[in-house]
Structures are given as structure tokens and as C-alpha cells.
Design a protein around this ligand. Structure first.
Ligand code: SF4
Length: 348
């Protein structure tokens, strides 16, 4: 479907100014902010997408790491994996357009299977979710009989189906601490597994974490030298890191937490200057929502998340291609749902 350009100039200008009001404080790239002209280019798409959403009875859920023109231009709800999964569960519209990566769209399908779930970026992967298969989990379980499996939400539906409890970066530390077993299997983030062990040790809890998988190609790049450089250049800066970072990076940061955790940390802090060792999209969100604070971002973008654009969102909403539609077997949905529901129970 080709975009029918809106011809009402007044409407287009109004939309461009609406976008500029939201995005004017947001960086497009390092040191370059959104301009009114950028918003004028985005406006025909945001108008068309918002109109089409109503016609098709669709909602758009966008992860905070996707581009800000999606988050602020067309999304009905945006947030981190946990918030989006809770939201997906309660969607009553016929269609969920999920701007994110494949495992997240699968999670929406698992939690609300009667809806059509469409992901604009098609098979946008994730280096964590792609690091382990359900067969790998079965082998781990066979090698460690009786040891419960915790899977990070950044995992495929098949891996979730083989796991006992799904976890997020926001709740994994408490869930791991509260489980009675002395040994836990954790997949697929090897760095987060080390961070869990370190956190349990700090709490005085002796527990062995058996892990397998890989790492996030964005967060595993940060080093303690990045933090030293930030502190040298910006005295007094508060440095935030995600638990997908290396343990030595987490140890050197002022705050370690999930996407929501970092947002809450900024909201509660009287400080004005923050270093964000995380994906650029979260920096954009913080810039948009805390205009009186400054965020220094060394580097780090997720190429998978950035595959969701206004153009493919419009196309996916108009006429989705088979590779954009999430389809899962009822058996996988039922088993994966159990691990997610266990997480919701254990997070209460
Ligand atoms: S930022 Fe990392 S964990 Fe998140 S989707 Fe991208 S590769 Fe996966």
C-alpha cells in the first residue's frame, strides 16, 4: 500500500508542530537534535498510521529502544519488556503492532493469543534470544535434573516453554534470591548470570547459577574505561548501567538497573547530569521526558530495534507480509505462558 500524502497543509503543519513539541529536545544522533523540518517529514506518516490504526482497530506497542518517531509519534504504549508484556495481555483491539524485536512480539502473542500480532521489522533478532535454543535448554535440564530454569525474557517462545520461570532485568534479582533452591539454571545471558551471582553474594545468599547462552551486542561493549572517561570529562556525573553489562562495568556504575529502573532513578534524583550506558532509544526517552536534565551517551545502538521505522509500520498495518505475522503452536503458547505467569506471580 502506498502512502496517500495528506493534502491538508494545515493538518500536516499541526502534526509537525505536535511532533516537534515532543521531539525537539531529543537527539537524532550525537549532538544533533530533532528539527521542525525532521518533524515535517515524519508528519505524513504519523498522520496516516494513526488514522489507519483506528480503521483497523489496532494498537501499537513500542519498546523504548525503537526510534522516537515511533515511540512519540504513533505508539499507544511504550516501555520496557516487562511493561509491554503486561500491556499486551490486556489489549482488546483486534491487532497488536509490536515495534520491537521478534521475541517481544512472540511474548505478546503468548499472552494474548487471540490477537493478530504483527512486527514491522519482520524477523528482527536479538543476540541474546538467538544465543540458545529449546534443545539447548532440554540438554541443560538433563544434565542438571531437578534444577529450576529461569529464562530471561530476551528468549524465544520455545525457550520460555522449556523454562520454569521467565524473568526480566527488573525482577530477576529478587526472584533468584527468593527461590528456595541452592542451584538455578539461568539462560541466555552469561553476563547477567554473573551479575545475579554477585548480587546474591552481596545479600549473603549462597546460590550457584548455572548459565548458558550469549550476551547483548549493545551492552557487552561497555568497559570500566568508558565510566572513567565519563567521570573525567564530566565531574559529578551519575553513571547508570544495565545488568546486561559486564560485572566490572556494573561494579563501577552509580546505578545498575533495568530500563524502567534507570528511568525511576533519574526521576527520583536531584542530579542533573547522567551517563547512560545503554541503548540510545532510552537516552532519547529520557531527553524527551526530563528536559531539565542532561544525558551523556558514550555509544551503543541496537540495529535490530532500529529496523522498525515509520515506513514499515505503515506497510505492516496496511498489508502485513507473512514474515511480519507472529504464529506459534498452541502447545508452545500454553507452556511459555506458564513461565510468564509464574513471573507475574513472583513479582507481586
Ligand atoms: S539491545 Fe541487546 S538485548 Fe535488546 S534486543 Fe538489542 S541485542 Fe537484544
Amino acid at each position: 500500500m502506498v502512502l496517500q500524502e495528506e493534502t491538508n497543509k494545515e493538518l500536516l503543519e499541526k502534526e509537525a508542530h505536535r511532533l516537534y513539541g515532543l521531539l525537539g529536545s531529543v537527539s537524532r544522533s550525537k549532538g544533533v537534535k530533532w528539527t521542525l523540518q525532521d518533524c515535517q517529514q515524519a508528519a505524513p506518516y504519523t498522520l496516516a498510521i494513526n488514522r489507519l490504526k483506528k480503521e483497523k482497530n489496532a494498537v501499537i506497542l513500542a519498546h523504548s529502544y525503537t526510534v522516537p518517531e515511533l515511540v512519540y509519534g504513533v505508539a499507544d504504549f511504550s516501555g520496557d519488556s516487562y511493561a509491554l508484556s503486561r500491556k499486551a495481555e490486556t489489549v482488546s483491539a483486534d491487532i497488536i503492532i509490536f515495534a520491537g524485536v521478534w521475541f517481544m512480539a512472540e511474548t505478546a502473542k503468548i499472552l494474548n493469543p487471540s490477537k493478530q500480532v504483527i512486527i514491522p521489522a519482520g524477523h528482527a533478532g536479538c543476540t541474546l534470544a538467538d544465543a540458545i535454543t529449546e534443545e539447548d535448554v532440554r540438554k541443560l535440564k538433563a544434565a542438571h535434573p531437578g534444577v529450576p530454569v529461569l529464562c530471561y525474557v530476551n528468549s524465544t517462545a520455545g525457550v520460555k516453554a522449556e523454562s520454569d520461570v521467565c524473568v526480566t532485568s527488573g525482577n530477576v534479582f529478587n526472584i533468584a534470591a527468593n527461590m528456595p533452591q541452592k542451584e538455578l539454571i539461568f539462560v541466555p545471558d552469561l553476563l547477567m548470570a554473573q551479575n545475579i551471582e554477585a548480587d546474591l553474594k552481596r545479600r549473603g545468599i549462597a546460590k550457584k547459577i548455572i548459565s548458558s547462552g550469549g550476551s547483548c551486542c549493545v551492552h557487552d561493549k561497555y568497559t570500566p574505561q568508558d565510566i572513567e572517561a565519563l567521570r573525567r570529562q564530566y565531574p559529578g556525573i551519575k553513571v547508570m548501567a544495565h545488568p546486561e553489562c559486564r560485572p566490572d562495568v556494573c561494579a563501577a556504575a552509580d546505578y545498575v538497573g533495568s530500563t524502567k529502573g534507570m528511568t525511576d532513578y533519574v526521576a527520583a534524583s536531584k542530579d542533573k547530569l547522567f551517563g547512560a550506558l545503554t541503548e540510545f532509544g532510552l537516552v532519547n526517552r529520557l531527553e524527551a521526558e526530563y528536559k531539565d536534565k542532561t544525558f551523556i551517551w558514550p555509544y551503543g545502538t541496537c540495529a535490530y530495534m532500529k529496523r522498525n521505522t515509520l515506513i514499515n509500520t505503515f506497510q505492516a498495518l496496511s498489508a502485513p507480509k507473512p514474515e511480519q505475522i507472529v504464529s506459534l503452536s498452541p502447545d508452545v503458547i500454553a507452556r511459555a505462558r506458564k513461565s510468564l505467569q509464574n513471573m507475574f506471580e513472583m513479582t507481586k
